[in-house]
Write a protein that binds this ligand. Structure first.
Ligand code: IZC
Ligand code: ZN
Length: 431
């Protein structure tokens, strides 16, 4: 019998049980709260979730070493899931923040060879080990903010060699760090400078060389495209994603981030994409299409804030039956943050999502957005022992106190990795 981790006396245990598929409508407000709750984890898997009284009985049937974690006065939630990051990159772009404060547009900076192309230059120059080193620091910070699983996109290599390098780095992060990393290929993130005069050749390179090379090596589960005015149009995005689907990739789209009614949401729905991300400028028809296709809306309110734009219309999406998930969009241009708790605050305050909806969107719906809805995102027997203990006595306080990191303890696969707000175990192999 393995080692048991016993988390007890939570003032609120937020079970957020799975149900069938991602939560929509009123289902986004159901947290499955147990007052005075306990969780028992054995060999990394949850074997009990329920009341303290029943937990004591359950433990009476078990033997072996038990690590007891007292959660009294705290809220215990599933480990947070961040379903949209560009965490593997080198360099930083604080100069662009100042340019944008002076009125320059994000897309104009990209057109001039800055933006994503700036990060592509530093990412191409960096060695694989250097990319891993920089991203490990970011992953430590994710963990300190209660995040136990993330998605990570490529898209700063923009050559076959450098896209593979970024994806190998993501795989290495998954291996070396307690956080689980789900990889997405995003070679169609920008047209690199050397293809500026003939962008169609770059689309061909993505389809004919990059996608097969990534598929052959099993380096990504998803394929994503930056479908945007001046980047990849609807026809190009469609071609790339259809080719990806034929190779077995699941689909995501950066949709309707900047240009109004560009049609990204409609394309995501038409292709049956797992998720459409951003959706700041999506039309009412786009929202209806997402609801109908069951495509998850991954919303990134930190990006809207950082680009000084209006946030996505989360209320119309939730009220219209779209499953909404939340994410940091962690990247060096439009959202340099790892703080899911801050994003959760922003979702509440800039998109009027309720504290309960925010929690569902950051756990079970985020897990479904990366194909992990059956393993993580809720506290139920059989799921991974990924938990976060917040220093608040009820879940509503998580959105009431804002801009603070209230994460006290993080448990990943049954192991305590953050204690008292401090990293205690990073699990980097010695080699
Ligand atoms: O580096 O600017 N929007 N991709 C699409 C980004 C933002 C990341 C970046
Ligand atoms: Zn993104």
């Amino acid at each position: 019998m393995g080692k048991l981790t016993y988390v007890k006396s939570a003032s609120q245990l937020l079970c957020i049980d799975t149900g069938h598929g991602p939560r929509t409508g009123k289902g986004m407000s159901m947290l499955g709260i147990i007052a005075d709750g306990s969780v028992v984890i054995e060999d990394g898997i949850i074997v009990f979730a329920g009341s303290d009284a029943l937990a004591a009985q359950f433990l009476g049937t078990r033997r072996g070493e038990v690590e007891v974690i007292d959660a009294s006065g705290k809220v215990v939630a599933p480990g947070l899931v961040d379903p949209h990051t560009h965490v593997v990159y080198a360099g930083s772009r604080e100069n662009e923040l100042e340019l944008r404060l002076q009125g320059e547009k994000y897309t104009d900076i990209l057109q001039r060879g800055g933006g994503i192309l700036n990060t592509a230059r530093s990412t191409r120059e960096a060695s694989e080990e250097e990319l891993i080193r920089q991203a490990l620091t970011r992953l430590d910070r994710f963990l300190l903010h209660g995040v136990t699983t993330i998605e990570a996109k490529s898209g700063y290599g923009l050559t076959v060699r450098d896209e593979l390098k970024q994806l190998r780095a993501a795989r290495e992060l998954d291996r070396r760090h307690p956080i689980d990393v789900v990889p997405t290929f995003m070679g169609a993130h920008a047209v690199p400078e050397e293809y500026r005069s003939h962008p169609e050749s770059y689309v061909n390179l993505v389809i004919e060389e990059m996608l097969p090379a990534v598929a052959e090596r099993g380096l990504a589960e998803y394929c994503d495209v930056f479908c945007e005015q001046g980047v990849f149009d609807i026809a190009e995005s469609g071609r790339i994603l259809e080719a990806a689907e034929r190779l077995g990739f699941k689909l995501k789209i950066h949709a309707d981030e900047i240009a109004k009614n560009f049609g990204g949401a409609e394309l995501a729905a038409k292709l049956g994409a797992v998720s459409a991300e951003h959706l700041l400028k999506t039309s009412e028809e786009g929202i209806r299409a997402l609801a109908k296709s069951g495509t998850i809306a991954v919303l990134l309110p930190g990006t809207a804030l950082f680009l000084m734009e209006w946030a996505a219309d989360a209320r119309s999406m939730i009220d219209g039956g779209v499953a909404v998930a939340l994410s940091t969009d962690c990247n060096p241009g439009s959202s340099p943050t790892v703080s899911m708790p801050f994003i959760m605050n922003a979702a509440c305050l800039t998109m009027r999502m309720t504290p309960a909806e925010v929690l569902v969107a950051s756990t079970i719906n985020a897990a479904h957005a990366i194909g992990r809805g059956n393993e993580i995102g809720s506290i139920e027997t059989g799921k991974r022992g990924d938990l976060v203990l917040f220093d608040v006595s009820n879940y509503r306080q998580l959105q009431y106190y804002y801009g603070m990191n209230l994460v006290h303890t993080v448990i990943k696969n049954g192991r305590t990795v953050v204690k008292g707000g401090v990293l205690v175990d990073r699990n980097e192999p010695a080699d």
